[in-house]
Every structure is written in C-alpha cells, then in structure tokens.
Write a protein that binds this ligand. Structure first.
Ligand code: FES
Ligand SMILES: [Fe+2]
Length: 382
C-alpha cells in the first residue's frame, strides 16, 4: 500500500472506533472537521483507486473529459483503440491544464489551449509549434503522464499513486454481485448534481444504514421496510447490503410501480431487492430490478462535497414508447434531499467543540464496516 504517514487523528479515538461492534464509537470528530485530516485523505485515500466517472460519458474515439481539479486534475480520453486512458491534466510544456475542469471535448488529438502543443490520443506528443526539427522535444519523453485506469462494468477507476495494488483485490467478491446487472450496457438518462455542506464520509455513513429511514424517509419506508435485508461480507475494499421491497412493489418509486423494464437475467432475489454498495471510497451503487443509480462523490473541502447522481436504464426501457425515467428520478431526488438535509445537519453538529463520537445501534453494522475501514486506513493499513 502507498501509505506514507498515519493520519493526524488521535490514536485513542481510532482504537475506540476499532473496538468490536457493539462497543465501538464513531470516528474522532477531527475526521470530519479538521482540514489536515482532509488533506491526508486526499493524498492517501483518494490517491489510490477511486471512481472518476462512467465509461459511457466518453462516447466514441477522441472523446475527452476533465475531472477533478488542481492536484487531482485528470484528463480522460478515449483512444483510437477504443480504450479509455487517464492522464494528469497538465501540459508538458509549461503546465497549463489541457481541458478546463469539468469540460468535455471530442477531437482526434489533445490540444493545449495555451501554446497549442498537441498530443495523440495515446498521450504521445504530436507537435510543438515553432520548435525546429533538431531542437524539438522528443514525442515520447514529453508525452502526457498516464495514470493507472480500469474500466470495470462501465465505471472508470483511477489509481493516481500507481501503487495502490491490484485492482482485482480492490473489487474482490463483487463480480457476482454487480455482474448480473450488466451495468456496462445500461444508459445514463438522468443526472442531478448536488453540492453539499458536509464531509464526504457523513454521506457514506448515512447511505450505510436505514436506522434513519422511518424518521426521515416516509415515502421510502412505505416501499422498502427499513429493517429488511442484511449486509454482505466482501473480501475487498467495497461494502454494502441489500434491502427488500413490499410484495406489491416492483421497484423503488413513489407508487412502487416501474415505468421501465426489469434488467434481463436477474434472479428472483435480485428482482425483489435493492443492493446498496459502497465502492470505497467515493462511489455508491444502488442496484434496482429495473435501473441502477449511482452517487459519485468528489470531496471539495473537509465540509463540502460534490455529488453527481446518475440513473441508468436498460436499452429496452428506453425503447418503450413514452418512456419517462421520472418514476425513479423523482423518488430518489426526494429521498436524496431528505438525506442531504440530515447530512448537512450532522456536519454542523460535529463542528461544535462539544461533539463526541457516539455508539452505534445494532442496525448500524454497515456504518461500522465503513468506519473501521477508514480507521484502518488512518493507521496505514487496509
Ligand atoms: S503550456 Fe501547453 S502549450 Fe504551453
Ligand atoms: Fe437515507
């Protein structure tokens, strides 16, 4: 693992978080409010495998998209060979960003907007204007810096450190969980972008439990009983669990009805449940019988997180005359906003110097999975 120094978090607090379930405490308050801990996480947790987007966002040869910014700036490019590559979003001349943060482009080369150096889609330098042939920079030596990238079931993961280990270990045990939904074949047809005044971990912790559902999600609780389901044990870095739906419901929507079609080939169990996964650290994947919702989190500051929520459907649903994804989008937008209000309130609460790490309820074993994973990372292990 690429850890250098342990996180600047009190050791007794970490020991309390790592105590056996039932006796443990939440992470020390510093984990949510101290900018030094945030900087450590950016370098050490987000410096390893994390999700940077959907492969479907890079449609066709030459498609380019800039994600992250500053030290995390990454340029995603689909090459002549159809493969998506990730490069550090920095020109080899004098360091201009190749594409502005969040921008997309589609062309047969990568062109720096400053002095027009151009690169091939594989990152090799193609042309540096006005250098003569003899003193011109070497195309390979001055090629873009490529980062490790894996396209797994249509989700793109990057390891900027290059030393976070084998990706297969990171997603160990998930092939049989995610594979049946064939997420690589689904189409994202709706997206919502939210900017929350909360730490990224508060969002994951909230996602990992339904202890709060009966209080803040009356609509959800009608369709999916809050105490249904169970968490699964995964050997890699991901975690999560499933929940059931009432017999009358086909999916998660206000009425319980689906406006789409079930994803082909799912098992009886998969058709009656929703699987909620945390792709550690920043991707939440909610596998429904007829659609897949993802939340992609980009931490902006210790108390600010950008969340992009995307809804993907099978092609057969899109072919249905008058198909309208709002049955899924509206349901989850309402639920998201209920969650975001709670998460922002937790952040404000934790900013109090009187905040202290509390104990976890029996229904919060999913939170325990996440908290202990983070606590271990703070100590420099997995
Ligand atoms: S900085 Fe990119 S061409 Fe000069
Ligand atoms: Fe919730």
């Amino acid at each position: 693992m690429f850890k250098q120094t342990p996180a600047p978090v009190p050791a007794d607090g970490l020991a309390a978080a790592l105590a056996p379930f039932g006796q443990s405490r939440m992470l020390p308050r510093e984990a949510y409010v101290d900018p030094k801990v945030f900087d450590w996480e950016k370098q050490n947790i987000f410096g390893g495998w994390h999700c940077v987007g959907h492969a479907g966002d890079l449609d066709g040869v030459g498609a380019q998209k800039a994600v992250g910014s500053g030290s995390d700036g990454i340029l995603l490019v689909r090459g002549e060979d159809g493969r998506v590559r990730a490069f550090a979003n920095v020109c080899r001349h004098r360091g201009h960003e190749l594409l502005a943060c969040g921008a997309s482009a589609k062309r047969r080369g990568i062109i720096c907007p400053y002095h027009s150096w151009s690169y091939k889609l594989n990152g090799e330098l193609r042309n540096a204007p006005a250098f003569d042939g003899i003193s011109g920079p070497d195309p390979v030596e001055f090629g873009l810096t490529e980062l490790a990238l894996v396209d797994w079931h249509g989700y793109l993961f990057v390891d900027p450190s290059g030393s976070d280990g084998d990706f297969a270990l990171h997603i160990a045990g998930l092939e049989e969980v995610v594979g049946p939904y064939r997420t690589e074949d689904l189409r994202v047809v709706a997206r919502h972008s939210y900017e929350l005044d909360t730490n990224w971990k508060v969002i994951v912790e909230n996602y990992q439990e339904c202890y709060h559902c009966s209080t803040i999600h009356p609509e959800l609780s009608k369709i999916s009983p809050p105490t249904s389901g169970e968490n699964i044990d995964l050997p890699g870095d991901w975690m999560g669990g499933w929940m059931g739906m009432i017999d009358e419901a086909e999916t998660m929507s206000l009425s319980g009805r689906s406006g789409g079609v079930a994803i082909k080939g799912l098992s009886e169990h998969e058709l009656r449940t929703v699987m909620y996964l945390v792709g550690f650290p920043n991707l939440l994947v909610s596998l429904h019988p007829d659609y897949v919702m993802t939340h992609l989190m980009t931490p902006l500051a210790v108390d600010r997180t950008h969340v992009e929520c995307a809804w993907a459907f099978p092609r057969e649903a899109l072919d249905k005359p008058g198909f309208d994804p709002s049955y899924a989008v509206d349901f989850w937008d309402l639920t998201n906003r209920q969650d975001w209000a709670a998460c922002e309130s937790v952040q404000r609460g934790l900013s109090s110097p009187h905040a202290q790490p509390g104990p976890l309820a029996p229904d919060e074993d999913g939170v325990y999975q996440f908290v202990t994973r983070v606590a271990r990372a703070y100590m420099g292990s997995r």
